[in-house]
Write a protein that binds this ligand. Structure first.
Ligand code: F0G
Length: 485
């Protein structure tokens, strides 16, 4: 079964950052609980049993000081039932101080960069790593828009339409499309590429429906490392493909779907010793936890009742659920929100498994206009199942028509998002209609990607012959037809 995680621990006082990191992190199989070293020369992405791995870290409590790396560290439990909450005041104080840094990050002041990042601000809960290895844009610091019928402030009549559509009084949308490459993937990628840096990787690779590849291409380019991305040859939004090509990643288009590309990239990375940066890589999940920490901080650590998000490969469901568990465990929040994971009905294997009480793991041949979540065999199934079960969460499905209708409400409010993100609003509305989410409950929905990622799907396209002559008379006529003052 698992290797002895102490193999790499012998050099506790050794200065090698890899050896130091190995003293505080290990990898635990989500299926059979085998334990592996957290870092090793040959990166491991799966357990011998085939299960996916989860980072288990000893967390350094901000109050406790110690001369050795081991001093003051505590291992967090892997499930909510083992939780032993203790005062979160010191954590809150630490994160508040860091968040009070100027949002315009200072150049030339390397040590302040991590505090400006919405990921590395929470570094004790993400990855305890020497700061000089961090590869950051910085990322995060995304908006949390109050859009409910009651919590939408003045001058936001457009935004309030979203609350009306969902039927919710207290709804917030966290727009992860405001990250540097336009999706939430940057939060996992900064940690993944930082690990690649620390490990001295020769190249990094991923399979993608478009956003992971755009993010990998950007962060690999920043570090000066070759990036390789595997994409389905069809159904990748043009904006995402353009990003990968523009950032200079080697782009391999596969005649197949995401699930084929995922299978192949895992094999090729193991064969050629390329560092794999899909969310199969557990350090990506650690970075994406920051979405959860940041939104909790924006809510002044008052946990919402629900967190609703689109679900494809299930990395994000796993990550945000883990963040909530850890935030609860260190005393940052008083209760864990329930998670609502929303799938497209043509790409709904997790929903099907949920319906059968997770008795069997389902697979489908995926088909949906929301190409980002067109995934039939999600890699993080077991991690996400744990999150749904322990948060008393639900999995819901929404049709393409429901996704497009919700997208048009978000777009017309002035906020905008890519199609997969709109599954959040479509799913929240459905869960309210079904009486699962109550109208007065506080709900945070995640918008995962920027409107500009996909400029076609669900967006009215200009028609040929729409242009008018460049004269004031023609402008008056055109406006008279379109607007009544
Ligand atoms: N929303 C967007 C915009 C995405 O790009 C993805 C996943 C998801 C939701 C689903 O998140 O996979 O963690 O459940 N995109 C991956 C990619 C698969 O390759 O960019 P998940």
């Amino acid at each position: 079964m698992g290797e002895n995680p102490t193999d790499l621990q012998s050099g506790r006082s050794n200065s090698s950052p890899l050896k130091q990191l190995a003293t505080v992190i290990a990898l635990r199989c989500v299926e059979c609980a085998s334990l592996y070293p957290g870092v090793s020369e040959h990166p491991r992405y799966r357990c011998d049993c085939g299960g996916v791995l989860d980072v288990e870290a000893k967390i350094h409590h901000p109050l406790q000081q110690g001369s050795t790396l081991q001093a003051g560290f505590e291992t967090l439990a892997t499930s909510k039932s083992e939780v032993k909450p203790f005062a979160g005041a010191h954590w809150r104080q630490l994160f508040e101080e860091r968040a009070s840094q100027s949002p315009t990050w200072p150049v030339n002041v390397v040590t302040q960069l991590p505090d400006s990042s919405g990921v590395w601000r929470y570094r004790e809960l993400i990855l305890p790593i020497p700061e000089q290895y961090i590869v950051s844009r910085p990322e995060g610091n995304t908006g949390l828009y109050p859009v409910g019928r009651e919590n939408c402030g003045n001058h936001r009549a457009g935004h309030r339409q979203i609350g009306h559509y969902a039927g919710l009084d207290y709804l917030f949308l966290k727009h992860e499309g405001e990250n540097p490459t336009g999706s939430f993937k940057d939060r996992g990628m900064t940690v993944g590429v930082t690990m690649a840096n620390l490990l001295g990787a020769r190249a990094v690779a991923c399979a993608s429906t478009g956003n992971t590849s755009a993010s990998l291409a950007s962060y690999a380019a920043q570090l000066g490392l070759p990036g390789i991305v595997f994409l389905p040859s069809t159904h990748v939004a043009a904006g995402k493909l353009a990003q990968s090509l523009a950032y200079g990643a080697t782009t391999v288009q596969i005649e197949g779907d995401f699930d084929d590309a995922m299978r192949l990239v895992e094999q090729v990375c193991n064969e050629l010793g390329i560092y794999l940066l899909n969310s199969l890589n557990p350090f990506r999940i650690e970075g994406q936890k920051a979405i959860g920490f940041e939104l909790l901080q924006q809510l002044d650590w008052e946990a919402p009742d629900w967190l609703v998000l689109p679900a494809g490969n299930l990395g994000n469901t796993s990550a945000i659920g883990k963040a909530f568990r850890q935030a609860y465990q260190v005393g940052l929040i008083a209760h864990m929100p329930r998670i609502g994971a929303i799938q497209a009905s043509g790409a709904n294997p997790f929903f099907r498994s949920f319906l059968n009480g997770f008795v069997s793991r389902e697979h489908v041949q995926a088909q949906t206009i929301a190409t980002a979540i067109k995934i039939g065999d999600p890699v993080s199934y077991s991690r996400a199942r744990q999150v749904i079960e322990e948060s008393n969460g639900v999995v819901e499905e929404v049709s393409d028509e429901e996704i497009l209708a919700a997208k048009s409400v978000i777009d017309r409010s002035g906020i905008g998002c890519e199609p997969a993100s709109a599954a959040t609003l479509a799913g929240a509305r459905k869960l309210v209609e079904r009486g699962i989410i109550k109208r007065e409950e506080r709900v945070v929905g995640i918008l995962t990607g920027n409107l500009l990622k996909d400029s076609q799907t669900g967006i009215p396209q200009p028609k040929q012959g729409d242009a008018i002559t460049a004269s004031i008379e023609a402008v008056r006529r055109a406006l008279a037809n379109k607007i009544s003052f």
